[in-house]
Design a protein around this ligand. Sequence first.
Ligand SMILES: Cc1cc2nc3c(=O)[nH]c(=O)nc-3n(C[C@H](O)[C@H](O)[C@H](O)COP(=O)(O)OP(=O)(O)OC[C@H]3O[C@@H](n4cnc5c(N)ncnc54)[C@H](O)[C@@H]3O)c2cc1C
Length: 338
Amino acid sequence: MIANTTEARAEYRNVWVVAEVLAGEVQQVTYELLGSARDLADARGSEVWCVVLGSGVSSQAEALFHRGADVALVVDDPGFVSFVDEDQAAVLERLVRCHKPEIVLCGATTRGRALIPRVAVAANCGLTADCTGLSIDPENGDLLQTRPAFGGNILATIRCSDHRPQMATVRPRVMNELEADTARSGRVISETLQPAERNGHKQILKVFRDSDNSVNLADARFIIAGGRGLKGPDGFKMLKDLAEQVHGAVGASRAAVDSGWVPYYHQVGQTGQTVQSTVYVACGISGQIQHLVGMQSCDFVIAIDKNPDTPMMQLADVAVVGDLFEIIPALIKEISAT
Ligand SMILES: Cc1cc2nc3c(=O)[nH]c(=O)nc-3n(C[C@H](O)[C@H](O)[C@H](O)COP(=O)(O)OP(=O)(O)OC[C@H]3O[C@@H](n4cnc5c(N)ncnc54)[C@H](O)[C@@H]3O)c2cc1C
């Protein structure tokens, strides 16, 4: 909504987090967003509201209060048992118009990316996607939304001065969640799904699970990632063997994904996932900036490449120069012998 005067902007208060709910469970990214929202709300002297749209979700409010929410705005409806972006966007737009939040944060997840742009368009406000930093301009309350721009080569800080609410998405594992404080509590506001908000254009008839989609890169503590240097899908079989030995997950560069060697859900980087593993082993990945932005927060990086001068080899804590087709089988042999 247009809010280009101080008086109009003053009508908008509080920082909202749109909870990511999967099978009735609030997901980790929600707690991370609450951590960031708490800082923003404290800077504005306002409250953190967590909007929970789902089926059987009312019981989750306590956990949200413990992680920084003051208010849980809950729409608990069996109609939300499956995620339909249009229906959820319709409810969220109504809630935004009714309660006038100053800031709305949402996870840059598959669901968040389907949902929040619809709300931003309907509410006639901007949206900054994939933010890596959020802060408040104390002069005017503008949300300073920092994100990589121009292929990740610069960081841009974006503000949306003339419209409210200010909306941003943040990827999982970028913000830090607060320590749970079980002494914290809050208020629950229950809303209902209106019949007109079920537009019926889409219906989930059946959910198919990808049998190979066992990768959980976001939570993995050990990631073995491969790039163009693996030369083909067989190289990734070798990588999978190594990952199994160390109970790790397999990551990939976009070059490997674009070549069709591994599915997209393995991709790490600007247009893939952001990961924060304890150990990240990059095999035949040169380390272009678009890859590095997705893994640079990993604690310990090991790079294997025949070229010692790549950005990944420079960034690595341990850089192993050599042919990965000799090094990886030797590693597998060594580990399996122990
Ligand atoms: C808008 C945009 C978004 C992008 N998003 C992403 C993203 O999310 N993730 C991503 O990864 N990329 C992304 N990219 C692509 C990125 O710019 C790079 O092209 C890509 O990361 C390169 O992948 P790579 O390192 O596997 O390949 P290369 O750069 O070709 O590197 C291959 C490496 O393998 C080494 N090598 C070859 N053979 C061997 C061997 N036998 N033994 C050891 N080493 C060997 C080579 O020395 C080289 O260092 C994006 C690009 C753009 C423009």
